[in-house]
Write a protein that binds this ligand. Structure first.
Ligand code: NAD
Length: 239
């Protein structure tokens, strides 16, 4: 699973799953542009930090033009930036709903609307959208998050159709991780995390690298005939 000479854009890559992906991708030979609202705070010669709020459509266009201008191409896009703002539906505020939809769903749209066409003209590319087990099955207190993540799967299938319309080899896939040990779980009570771990066949939560290695596979030419797929990586949570 090599990415030698490839240029990858990863959103939300300063920590968590996105950071693990940046590490896997650079180890495989890629140049990675990590786009995040947070400043890049780790050292990796093949990772370039780029401050971006994915909800800002104009800024996403500037980023797409910047990468194309500097590197001449974008081989890989990972729409990974995501947040939670949990509440039961009857108590969910407009702000909680709007923010999660804006970052998780519109954020992925904002980048793909500019980078997908670049890939299409170049004739190739791999787009990976990070959904969630919650997008597949729902979760109490996460109507906003589950809607955004289910929407990600819908957009994945749409883009797999759209960006190949002129014969380009642009592949678009989703990964739906199960519960993974990152900061996003900070607000989830420990006993709930233990319950989730017991629901998996492997009896534990995922490590970020276990999701990142799957992204590496989908980014690489080793998955050259896989597109429009949602790959569940959840330790058998829903068997
Ligand atoms: P995390 O909180 O560790 O990392 C999220 C990253 O996104 C951070 O670096 C953050 O700064 C960045 N980000 C947030 N808002 C942004 C914005 N508007 N623009 C740009 N960057 C922004 O979370 P994580 O667990 O690494 O999550 C990564 C992805 O995986 C998310 O889409 C999340 O929904 C998904 N996911 C996570 C889990 C899990 O259990 N950890 C499970 C399923 C899916």
């Amino acid at each position: 699973m090599r990415l030698d000479g490839k240029v990858a854009v990863i959103t939300g890559g300063t920590r968590g799953i996105g950071r693990a992906m940046a590490e896997e991708f650079t180890n495989a030979g890629a140049r990675v542009i990590v786009c995040d609202i947070e400043v890049l705070h780790y050292q990796n010669d093949n990772v370039e930090g780029y401050e971006l709020n994915v909800t800002d459509s104009k800024a996403c266009k500037v980023l797409a033009d910047y990468v194309k201008g500097k590197y001449g191409k974008v081989d890989i896009l990972v729409n990974n930036a995501g947040i939670t703002r949990d509440a039961l539906t009857g108590k969910m505020s407009d702000e909680q709903w709007n923010l999660v939809i804006d970052v998780n769903l519109k954020g992925a749209f904002n980048l793909t609307r500019f980078i997908g066409p670049i890939m299409q003209v170049d004739g190739k590319g791999s787009i990976i959208n990070i959904s969630s087990v919650v997008g597949e099955y729902g979760n109490i207190g996460q109507a906003n998050y589950s809607a955004s993540k289910a929407g990600i799967i819908g957009m994945t299938k749409t883009w797999a159709k759209e960006f190949t319309m002129k014969g380009a080899q642009v592949r678009v896939n989703a990964i739906s991780p199960g519960y993974t040990m990152t900061d996003i779980l900070k607000t989830v009570p420990q006993e709930l995390l233990e319950k989730f771990a017991k629901q998996t066949m492997l009896g534990r939560l995922a490590e970020p690298t276990e999701i990142a290695k799957v992204a590496l596979f989908l980014a690489s030419d080793d998955s050259s005939y896989i597109t429009g797929h949602n790959l569940s990586v959840n330790g058998g949570m829903r068997l």
